[in-house]
Design a protein around this ligand. Structure first.
Ligand code: SAM
Ligand code: SF4
Length: 461
């Protein structure tokens, strides 16, 4: 496969470009308010915006788009790390092969079931399976067994209804097997699109092959995986370069498969044991840059989910919510077995947000948003291009908001204390009219809420 990142074009643009003046910026933002996204050339213009006032303007439009398309809801998930054994030498990661200071471990199926139970007991319904690349030739068999194990755990308080997967690049045949095993989104981050930096950062192991890594989403989509998630590890090289290249990646997938990625993840480098790169990022992304990055993505690809993890602290995560983040992890541990044990010295990187799922949910409710554990779209086949076609203004709200309410009601009934219950039901009542416009539909939503209160589970549209 040809490397589709036009490195020269990006370098040239960044060398010569000047920030848009007020007139140009306002024109682009006016177009953005129409909720149809921007051309990538327009997005590139926004990347050059630097002043606080102009970034505030971007943030305001991003918030408008977020509120109009997604409404007041935020999807929650938990990562489940199954192995920290890795044959790669990614200089920024605590799991890299040469790091002798962590204890290596691959969970047995029994341990995976225990971790799953612990997550279900917290209230989770959505899991992201994460692994180092050290499972050997039988890695795909192991992953499929792990998926089966997680899906099979049934507790009185529920089960895991959707598993997304974040594991190393594979061949088409292996992706086909993952699809058959019912994975949700397949996630893989390019980390950096800048080839020279990529080579420096990935010194040995299978992941050091830039072209192979870059082609992973093509292979996954060829294998029929409908939803793929891409991402950048911010801090390795100039974020402007990364965003321009990420847009080229999206365009490549859209041209070839008729649909772009389902999600974009935006991790920033966090300290990791023994990693100089992680402690001193070569191109640190400031909070202000980060705000700009999220706003530009929200404005440019309004229907693509944006994921923020527990790497970020609570304050950043609160701000990001208003800029258009649609999913966050909560109550996370980044070490295999982390949910069933107390010592977390084998973690991949340090977490910025140590709050429990309960605390994160309280915070989201205080920000007037409905925490959602919804898995409706995937289970009704609204995936890939079907999802994008459906994701017109109003439609996400029509499906996602009621589903968010149903899954939140389950949480309130099964896991919440009285204070949160009171706040939660008041929030549902308050936000229902602005999110579900038809009186008939509102009545139906409330009837379903009553059914859930009486013990019915797993209602979704
Ligand atoms: N091993 C697979 C891979 O590398 O794609 C998947 C799992 S890896 C544990 C998941 C992601 O963690 C990586 O893609 C990388 O972006 C992120 N990561 C690694 N080290 C990090 C650090 N120090 N701070 C923040 N994120 C990090
Ligand atoms: Fe291994 Fe992934 Fe960490 Fe690289 S980022 S060392 S591949 S776990």
């Amino acid at each position: 496969m040809k490397n589709f990142i036009d490195d020269k074009k990006i370098e040239e643009y960044l060398k010569n470009a000047v920030a848009p003046d007020e007139k140009e910026l306002d024109k682009i933002l006016k177009k953005a308010r129409k909720l149809k996204g921007l051309s990538f050339e327009e997005a590139e213009r926004l990347l050059l915006v630097e002043s606080k006032e102009d970034i505030d303007k971007l943030a305001e439009v991003a918030n408008f788009i977020k509120e109009t398309i997604y409404g007041k809801r935020l999807v929650l998930f938990a990562p489940l790390y199954v192995s920290n054994i890795c044959n790669n030498e990614c200089l920024y990661c605590g799991f890299r092969k040469s790091n002798k200071s962590i204890h290596r471990n691959t969970l047995t199926m029994e341990q995976i079931a225990e971790e799953t139970e612990a997550l279900i007991e917290q209230g989770h319904k959505r899991v992201l399976l994460v692994s180092g690349e050290g499972l050997g030739r039988n890695g795909v068999d192991y992953t499929i067994d792990a998926l089966k194990t997680i899906y099979a755990v049934q507790k009185p308080k529920g089960n895991i209804r959707r598993i997304n997967v974040n594991i190393a690049a594979l061949e088409v045949e292996d992706y086909k097997r993952l699809k058959e095993a019912n994975i949700g989104t397949y996630q893989l981050f390019q980390e950096t699109y800048h080839e020279e930096t990529y080579r420096k950062m990935h010194q040995s192991g299978p992941k050091s092959d830039y072209d192979y890594h870059l082609g992973a989403m093509d292979r996954a989509m060829e294998a029929g995986i409908d939803d793929v998630g891409i991402g950048i590890l911010f801090g390795l090289t100039d974020y402007k370069y990364e965003i321009m290249a990420l847009l080229q990646h999206i365009k490549h997938l859209e041209d070839k498969f008729g649909v772009g990625p389902h999600t974009i993840s935006v991790p920033r480098l966090e300290p990791a044991t023994g990693s100089d790169v992680a402690s001193n990022p070569p191109h640190p992304v400031t909070d202000s840059d980060f705000r700009k990055i999220i706003a530009i993505l929200r404005i440019t690809v309004p229907y693509t989910g944006i994921i923020l993890s527990t790497r970020e602290n609570a304050k950043t995560r609160r701000e990001a919510l208003h800029l258009g983040i649609s999913q966050i992890s909560a109550g996370s541990k980044s070490d295999p077995g982390g949910y069933s044990k107390k010592d977390h010295s084998d973690a991949q990187f340090s977490l910025g947000d140590h709050r429990s799922l309960h605390e994160v949910i309280e915070d989201i409710v205080d920000m007037d948003h409905i925490p959602s554990f919804c898995t409706g779209c995937y289970r009704l086949g609204r995936v890939g291009k079907d999802f994008m076609d459906l994701a017109k203004p109003g439609l996400i709200k029509a499906h996602c908001y009621p589903n968010a309410v149903f899954t939140f009601t389950e949480y309130l009934e099964d896991f919440a204390n009285d204070t949160l219950k009171k706040k939660g039901y008041a929030l549902i009542e308050r936000t229902l009219p602005e999110n579900v416009l038809s009186a008939k539909k509102r009545k139906e939503v409330l009837e379903n809420v009553e059914k859930i209160k009486k013990g019915k589970r797993d209602i979704y549209y």
